[in-house]
Design a protein around this ligand. Structure first.
Ligand code: HEC
Ligand code: HEC
Length: 165
C-alpha cells in the first residue's frame, strides 16, 4: 500500500514537472488579427483589468506606435481582455500565476515575468530576439497552443544557460 502511494506521488510530481505553464488559447479572431499584427496577441491573463482598459483605450499612443482602430472593434477587444484579465479570470494562469497586488504597467514588469526571466538580459538583446516582448522567439508555441515551453537552441550556449534553459 505504502509503495503504491509513493509511486502515485512520483507520477504526479513528474507529470507536473515536465508540463510548462499553459495559457488558454486565444480564439477570438478580432483579437488575433488586430492585436497579433505587430507582436503576438499577448495572453490577457497576464495583466489586470484596469491596465487593459488603459492600454486598449489609448491605442493611438501605443508604446510609440499608432495602433488605432475603430470604436466598435475596440469594444470587442476590450470586452475580451477584461473578461480574461488577471484579476477577473478564474483560470489557473490568471488566478494562480499572474494575479498580483503590485503595480504593473506592462507584462515585462509583472512579478511573474521578472521572476521567470532572471539572467535573460543577454538573450533579450540577441539579434534574433531583439526585445523581451518577443515571446514567440523563445516560446514558439505560445500563440498556437498556449504552451510556454521554451526553445532557445538558436542562442549561443552561454547565453542560453544564463537564461535558465
Ligand atoms: C501597430 C503595431 C501594433 C499593434 C497593431 C498592436 N501593438 Fe501592442 N505593441 C506594439 C509595440 C511596438 C510594442 C512594444 C514592444 C516592445 O517593447 O518590444 C507593443 C507592446 C504591447 C504590450 C506590452 C507588452 C510588454 O512587453 O510588456 C501590450 C500589453 C500590447 N502591446 C497590447 C496590444 C493589444 C491589446 C493590441 C490590440 C488592440 C496591440 N497591442 C496591437 C505595437 C503594436
Ligand atoms: C530570450 C528568450 C525568452 C523570451 C523573449 C521570453 N521568454 Fe519566457 N521564458 C524563457 C525561458 C528560458 C524560460 C524558462 C525559465 C526557467 O525555467 O527558469 C521562460 C519561462 C517563462 C514562463 C514560465 C513557464 C513555466 O512553466 O514556469 C512564462 C509564463 C513565460 N516565460 C512567459 C513569457 C512571455 C509572456 C514572454 C513575452 C512577453 C516571454 N516569456 C519572453 C525565455 C524567454
Amino acid at each position: 500500500m505504502r509503495i503504491l502511494n509513493i509511486a502515485a506521488i512520483l507520477v504526479i510530481v513528474t507529470a507536473t514537472g515536465v508540463r510548462a505553464e499553459t495559457f488558454p488559447v486565444i480564439t477570438d479572431q478580432t483579437v488575433l488579427s488586430e492585436c497579433g499584427d505587430c507582436h503576438m496577441a499577448f495572453p490577457p491573463e497576464t495583466l489586470p483589468k484596469a491596465l487593459w482598459q488603459k492600454i486598449i483605450r489609448n491605442l493611438s499612443d501605443h508604446f510609440g506606435e499608432d495602433a488605432s482602430i475603430d470604436d466598435a472593434t475596440v469594444a470587442v477587444i476590450l470586452d475580451y481582455h477584461v473578461k480574461n484579465a488577471s484579476d477577473v479570470s478564474q483560470t489557473r494562469a490568471a488566478k494562480v500565476k499572474w494575479r498580483t497586488t503590485r503595480p504593473v504597467t506592462r507584462i515585462l514588469d509583472a512579478p511573474r515575468f521578472i521572476d521567470k526571466h532572471r539572467g535573460c538580459d543577454a538573450a533579450f538583446k540577441n539579434p534574433q530576439v531583439k526585445s523581451p516582448s518577443n515571446c514567440l522567439a523563445c516560446h514558439p508555441d505560445m500563440q498556437r497552443t498556449g504552451s510556454t515551453k521554451e526553445n532557445l537552441s538558436f542562442l549561443p550556449a552561454s547565453v542560453r544557460r544564463q537564461c535558465g534553459d
